[in-house]
Design a protein around this ligand. Structure first.
Ligand SMILES: Cc1cc2nc3c(=O)[nH]c(=O)nc-3n(C[C@H](O)[C@H](O)[C@H](O)COP(=O)(O)OP(=O)(O)OC[C@H]3O[C@@H](n4cnc5c(N)ncnc54)[C@H](O)[C@@H]3O)c2cc1C
Length: 409
């Protein structure tokens, strides 16, 4: 029973999604792994994924994330949270339901700031699940957790901009269906710090765009990839600037709010699955005359996992509720808080589940090692922990600043 009462339609989606997970997603995980292994190509697009997408669509479990009724079911963040959590239990479920990052964030940007042409050319195929996209903000040469450092140059030349620079960690750029990049760069280095940046829609095959390499993460070559991309004199028509020149920073804030909380929802799903695996394994393995589950330290881990999951779920739901009721900007402290807490706690639970599995825990016979690698990256992706803590601390300190100034005077 949740403190946040769910609507009937949200309950229906949850029941339908749980059924889809049991009947199709979990049984497909081994098939997916086998198809990937057999292909010998880390960026292969396995046919089972297309079968799952067709089935999800048939069941109406498609684009669940999209808040605008014109393009999706129009669920609130609070209604979507448990659905993202359920999908987070498996590494193939989000894409099967067309709810995977970074496409979700890019679709929201194109919905809010894209032209009619962008919607026709990119948003529609993305919503159809026939196209994939990447978001290119981070750069190897500058500390990108401070987005004002971004250097990729976007210089006006007649009715176009000319792009020069280098990006990395563009997730999804190695996806077989990736056709478009949303690129952030600098159009006016002399403007105020948060007005220097713009975002543009750039086809991945535009002349001058070179995908140099994929960056493996903890040795995993993720199927969607995290690409390093060079831009050399890439001409982008002025009509492909999103929202307007100087609006890049504002768009990135709009994009990252929902994206961050979606990651947290999925992390909770991963933590739940790890706890389930930990309990099953602890009950089935016997050492020194009794099941591992009977040791008090293991019971502590299980109890702490349950307590921690309940806490982060409540904080996630609170952040989602605030986003729905007072808006993403007002909810920014809660979003930052959960972005720090959810990956950290999920990692601790997965780590203990690995320990309970013994050597098996670090193999790919169980999903735990891959979950660990993925969750660890979440402490960096969409902003490192320290940057979110900085924002929370500044907000906390702000309320005492005036009093301190008054006391000094
Ligand atoms: C798997 C993965 C996928 C990603 N996907 C994308 C993507 O699709 N698109 C994209 O553009 N980027 C992506 N990123 C990049 C990610 O957003 C950046 O790595 C992140 O924003 C940090 O930037 P940086 O790597 O340049 O680190 P830096 O900015 O160099 O920071 C390094 C470290 O300094 C510390 N630090 C920074 N500021 C402070 C502070 N104020 N106080 C204390 N410590 C601080 C933090 O510990 C931080 O980790 C991805 C990253 C990973 C790992």
């Amino acid at each position: 029973m949740s403190l946040f009462e769910m609507s009937d339609r949200a309950k229906k989606y949850q029941a339908d999604l749980l059924e889809f997970m049991d009947e199709h997603i979990y049984p497909a995980e081994a098939v997916y792994d086998e198809q990937m292994r057999a292909s010998g190509d880390p960026h292969f697009h396995p046919p089972i994924l297309e079968e799952l997408k067709a089935e999800a669509r048939r069941r109406g479990l498609w684009n669940l994330f999209h808040p605008h009724p014109e393009w999706g079911p129009g669920l609130t963040n609070l209604e979507y949270a448990p659905l993202a959590e359920i999908m987070g239990r498996s590494h193939i479920a989000s894409e099967a339901c067309n709810c995977n990052a970074p496409d979700t964030g890019n679709m929201e940007v194109l919905t809010l700031f894209g032209s009619e042409e962008h919607k026709e050319k990119y948003l529609k195929p993305l919503l159809d699940g026939t196209m994939a996209s990447a978001f290119a903000m981070t750069e190897p040469r500058v500390a990108s957790s401070d987005a004002t450092n971004i250097e990729l140059r976007m210089e006006r030349d007649g009715d176009a901009y000319v792009l020069n620079g280098r990006k990395w960690f563009a997730s999804n750029a190695m996806h077989k269906n990736c056709k478009v990049l949303i690129v952030m760069g600098k159009t006016d280095p002399t403007a105020a710090p948060h007005r220097q940046q713009s975002m543009m829609v750039v086809p991945v095959d535009a002349p001058g765009v070179t995908v140099v390499r994929n960056l493996p993460v903890f040795g995993y070559a993720d199927r969607e990839g995290h690409a390093e991309i060079v831009f050399e004199n890439v001409r982008v028509p002025a009509k492909d600037v999103l929202k307007g020149e100087g609006e890049g920073f504002a768009i990135s804030q709009a994009r990252l709010g929902p994206g961050r909380i979606h990651h947290c929802m999925r992390a909770i799903g991963a933590a739940e699955r790890a706890l389930e695996l930990m309990c099953r394994r602890a009950q089935s393995r016997v050492t020194f005359g009794s099941p591992v589950a009977e040791r008090s330290n293991i019971q502590d881990w299980i109890a702490e996992a349950r307590i921690d999951i309940e806490m982060i779920r409540l904080l996630t739901l609170k952040a989602a509720y605030l986003m729905d009721t007072v808006g993403n900007k007002e909810a920014r402290t809660e979003i930052a808080a959960i972005k720090v807490a959810a990956p950290e706690i999920a990692l601790k639970i997965v780590d203990r589940a690995i320990q309970v599995h013994g050597g098996a825990g670090v193999t790919d016979d169980f999903p735990l090692a891959m979950m660990y690698a993925h969750l660890r990256t979440l402490r960096l992706a969409d902003g490192p922990d320290e940057v979110h803590k900085r924002a929370i601390a500044r907000q906390e300190l702000r309320q005492y600043r005036d009093a301190a100034t008054a006391a000094v005077n």
